[in-house]
Design a protein around this ligand. Structure first.
Ligand SMILES: Cc1cc2nc3c(=O)[nH]c(=O)nc-3n(C[C@H](O)[C@H](O)[C@H](O)COP(=O)(O)O)c2cc1C
Length: 188
């Protein structure tokens, strides 16, 4: 039996990303976002949903570009910190000692220490209510060499953080089965 708990957010887990922007003075800033995901394969695109009150929201509308960085679990404290203070008040790169690396394709700061960084160009903005949805076309995707094995990404080396809406971080579990394959058992 299931219980109806009303109009709750029922996706468990969501990814955790850190979005990078330069502000109007050229200061790099990063913020943690959990309302995010891949939203198109061709053109390769990612979506992030951001409240209007965030400094990051202002910077994305101003520059029309942003980076999406995937933190590994070893940067959990830094990731949480950049999700609870604003770049309006503090220099988050300075406090966390993370390294801003200028993108090669777009004018965005990437997080040097994180295993994946994508340079994204804003293609769509949709006002949804509490959050505005920004879609960014991925122009370049950078992956740490240690996270590549025979040209394929190694999820254990990426070691990403995930988030549950009730307010906690989890890591990745072990591989359970291969996708687009496990279901073949039910094919006649
Ligand atoms: C785990 C986590 C997930 C978050 N997800 C979002 C999100 O999806 N959208 C959003 O607008 N804020 C989200 N936040 C809050 C922002 O990261 C936070 O308000 C941050 O201070 C904004 O910084 P800024 O003003 O420098 O942009 C999240 C924070 C945490 C810790």
């Amino acid at each position: 039996m299931k219980k109806n708990i009303g109009a709750a957010l029922g996706i468990y887990p969501t990814p955790v990303v850190v979005v990078g922007t330069y502000d109007k003075n050229g200061k790099p800033n990063i913020s943690t976002l959990a309302w995010t995901g891949i939203c198109c394969s061709e053109p390769p695109s990612v979506q992030v949903s951001i409240r209007k009150s965030r400094y990051t929201h202002e910077a994305i509308l101003e520059r029309k570009v942003f980076s999406v960085n995937v933190p590994s679990t070893q940067y959990l404290v830094e990731t949480d910190y950049v999700g609870i203070v604003s770049g309006r008040d503090v220099d988050k790169f300075q406090v966390t000692k993370l390294t801003p690396v200028r993108g090669e394709s777009l004018d965005v700061p990437l997080v040097g220490e994180f295993p994946i960084s994508m340079e994204c160009r804003l293609t769509h903005t949709v006002e949804l209510g509490s959050h505005d949805l920004f879609v960014g076309q991925i122009i370049s995707c950078w992956i740490a060499e240690e996270a590549l094995r025979n040209g394929k990404t190694d999820p254990k080396a990426i070691d990403p953080l995930t988030f549950v809406p009730s307010g906690g971080y989890f890591g990745l579990s072990d591989l359970l089965a291969n996708s687009f394959n496990a279901g073949k058992k039910l094919m006649k």
